[in-house]
Design a protein around this ligand. Structure first.
Ligand SMILES: Cc1ncc(COP(=O)(O)O)c(C=O)c1O
Length: 264
């Protein structure tokens, strides 16, 4: 650090943060939060400009669905506006348990845990089920949150080329005598390219290389939405034929057309 830099740090110990930020701004990569005014809808107002929103996770338009609005207002009336603590201390409410039970039934699985974000789900689960003596075999295009969860677990991480099952098999072969648990982990729908994992082949490989020792994890953040969106698109197409109107805007209005019954 230069003398003047050292002097500035003495005066302001957080000076290095301002400098880092300035540097990021100069490179055009400083993070900037976009501010939404009003409701989260397909066409909405961000930073005062009307835009088509292709960046949210509100694929099914549920943020403004009338049945969900009613249920949320009712819940606030009955239960207040917060759990008062994190789930693991004193904030687990019957509402959480009911939701998890319903999701497990819908997904036809034994049980379910709801996290506040996909990121925390991956960081929380991967690091909870594996430890430093284990091995994670991971597709190179897995979501960043899987990679962070894997790092947090302290397990060894081996990456195979995207959807390249021969490369995945090479790693399994090289680690046949690995003593710990092994986990092959993949996105179901890859978030950047939208392509699908070759699940049958991954399961087959895990079975060849000792299914009791080689676990499989499927990260399913997008599948439900992707297939439901296809379903929604079909539904809209049908309705479009019944109610002809200039085409594209229909998608922006899907929440007006959808009833929850349509999703079941
Ligand atoms: C496949 C996948 N996993 C995890 C995440 C992280 O989810 P979140 O943004 O809720 O943290 C995303 C986000 O888009 C995703 O596409």
């Amino acid at each position: 650090m230069s003398e003047s830099g050292a002097q500035a740090t003495k005066l302001n110990p957080l000076q290095y943060l301002s400098e880092t930020l300035q540097d990021l701004r100069a490179k055009g990569v400083a993070p900037k939060l976009r501010v939404l005014e009003g409701e989260q809808r397909p066409v909405c107002l961000f930073d005062g400009r009307e835009v088509v929103n292709l960046a949210s996770n509100n694929y099914l338009g549920l943020t403004t669905h009338r049945a969900l609005r009613r249920a949320a207002v009712e819940a606030v009336r009955k239960l207040g506006v917060g759990a008062g603590a994190v789930r693991t201390i004193a904030g687990t409410m019957k509402l959480h348990m009911d939701l998890e039970e319903q999701i497990a039934r819908f997904k036809q699985v034994e049980a379910c845990v709801v996290f506040q974000s996909g990121f925390s789900a991956n960081a929380g689960t991967v690091s909870a089920i594996l430890g430093k003596d284990d091995l994670i075999v991971s597709d190179e295009l897995n979501h960043a949150s899987i990679i962070d969860g894997a790092r947090l677990s302290k397990a060894a991480i081996k990456v195979f080329k995207h959807k390249d099952l021969a490369d995945c098999e090479r790693i399994l072969q090289e680690n046949t005598s690995f003593p710990g648990e092994k986990l092959i982990i993949t996105d179901g729908v890859f978030s950047m390219d939208g392509d699908l994992a070759k699940l049958d082949e991954i399961v087959a490989l895990a079975e060849i290389y000792g299914a009791e020792q080689t676990r499989r994890a499927l990260e399913d953040a997008l599948e439900f939405q992707a297939f439901s969106c296809e379903y929604v698109a079909n539904l809209l197409e049908q309705r479009q034929r019944l109610l002809p109107e200039p085409g594209a805007l229909h998608l922006t209005r899907r929440q007006d057309l959808l009833d929850l019954e349509d999703l079941n």
